[in-house]
Ligand binder design. Structure first.
Ligand code: DGY
Length: 329
């Protein structure tokens, strides 16, 4: 008599128990009880015996991690960016990979806009100064920043989140320029009131530049010393995409040398470690990768990742059709 067993699923981080519990209906679940920085060998060991995995952007999965994962059929990542996954290697093994776009678009666009405003108007710098007891009385020349309203916003990477930021800019009467791998359809440009320009023009003309593009090897340190030198010294730079897009030493030099007015950074190349030169700059707002971190959005991301995993493994109402599988290129 054959004993049918439930497929095994590994959940790499504690998420929301009341959502993740849905996996129990279909799978034997091994959950990670504490936030864990898994070593590559630990990920390989967890995947060796797994049919599916629910992971986050902290968990790097490439060829080595799946070398012995003979049964692995699906990896569902919680997050829209997936530079932690070697998609080509996973697809080459027939593993279905999914991410969580759409559900985080508006929350992330809110945060990008807030970070840009905080950098432009020197909000955290002013708060640190006040908390340090330096405020001796109202000062006419104190903490003068850059206007957001009526200025030129540059968006590098005009996917869903970039478009969300552009829509917000309309309320601030901003001129919106963008650059993207491919130009958007005219109707979308019209809806976002955004004008396509080449990358050099975007850097040169933006008063506030926001990075929202995917991090792929070709984009490594896209914003380097040469790129920063083409920006206005009064401009701000906001990065809510991935830290590796920016040469952080060059950015710190530009911020300290008066070549750039301010920056807002939610992501860092070596996160959670933050470049010490950046930590020393007073004119940079630093946040710990929280652009999508509203409670309802983080819950929606986990719910979508669970749906993806269940469907990719052939169960549930979308069996075989995960709502946001990443297409092979
Ligand atoms: C993502 O989903 O890629 C974000 O960076 C998480 O906040």
């Amino acid at each position: 008599m054959s004993i049918s067993r439930k497929p095994k699923v590994w959940v790499s981080q504690p998420l929301f128990d009341d959502i993740v519990v849905r996996l129990d209906e279909y799978f034997e679940v091994t959950a990670t009880p504490e936030v864990t920085d898994h070593a590559p060998e630990a990920i390989a060991a967890a995947l060796r015996d797994a049919d599916g995995a629910l992971v986050t952007l902290n968990d790097r999965i490439g060829k080595a991690e799946i070398a012995d994962a003979a049964r692995l059929r699906a990896v569902a990542s919680v997050g829209v960016g997936y530079n932690n996954l070697d998609i080509a290697a996973l697809h080459a093994r027939g593993i279905v990979v999914s991410n969580t776009p759409d559900v985080l678009t508006e929350t992330t666009a809110d945060f990008g806009f807030a970070l840009m405003m905080a950098a432009a108007r020197r909000i955290t710098e002013a708060e640190h100064w006040l908390r340090a007891g330096q405020w001796q009385g109202w000062g006419f020349h104190k903490m003068q920043g850059a206007d957001v309203h009526g200025s030129t916003l540059g968006i590098l990477g005009m996917g869903r989140i970039g478009q969300g930021i552009a829509r917000r800019a309309a309320g601030f009467n901003m001129r919106v320029l963008y650059h993207n791998r491919s130009r958007l359809p005219e109707a979308v440009e019209r809806e976002c009131c955004a004008q396509y320009v080449d990358r050099n023009a975007l850097l040169a003309q933006s008063d506030h530049l926001v990075l929202v593009l995917p991090y792929v090897p070709a984009n490594h340190h896209l914003i380097d010393a040469a790129a920063l030198a083409t920006m206005k010294p009064t401009a701000t730079l906001t990065n809510i995409a991935r830290g590796g897009l920016v040469d952080e030493d060059a950015l710190a030099d530009a911020l300290q040398g008066g070549c750039l007015a301010a920056a807002g950074l939610d992501v860092f190349e070596g996160e959670p470690a933050v470049n010490t030169c950046l930590l020393a700059c007073r004119n940079v707002v630093l946040t710990p990768h929280i652009a999508s971190a509203s409670l309802s959005t983080r819950r929606a991301m986990v719910a979508l990742a669970v749906d993806n995993l269940v469907a990719a493994m052939g169960f549930g109402p979308d069996a075989g059709r995960p709502p946001s599988a990443i297409a092979p290129t």
